[in-house]
Design a binder for this molecule. Sequence first.
Ligand SMILES: [Zn+2]
Length: 163
Amino acid sequence: MDSFTFPYQQYLHSELPDEMQELVTAAGNATQRAYAPYSDLKVGAAVLMADGTILTGANQENAAFPVGICAERAILSNIHLSDETKIKAVAVTYSADNKQTDKPIAPCGMCRQAILEMQHRQHSPIAVYMCSPKGLVIMVENAEFLLPFAFGNDDLPAYKPQV
Ligand SMILES: [Zn+2]
């Protein structure tokens, strides 16, 4: 039988390189902009661009539940990729009044698909930092690791590469 294995690394926030500490902190600060009256799960995300720019977003829920958008995709929808503008890393974390745990949060399936599409478009890996409010971080260096057997653009015969 075949199987998937992939590397990941676990850190404490204080063990991360300065640039990544800043990214994770930005994601944590973004949780304050979440609108999560239904789940009480305030998710914040931050994207580190190759030039050092950090973009942030937070989940925005809606009374019509499917209308809500996750923190990660709220950011990704605002990025124009180019040869000079690539995504280096995505960090995601959360806060919730009744859920201050050490369990890192991971992107949902839809966001994994969205991050992977950006990775395919830019032809370079996107690292994903999954964080807990108490400072535990799990990192994968490649978004592909989070979505085995992914559906992708090579499944679509009409796909025409463009940046
Ligand atoms: Zn999501």
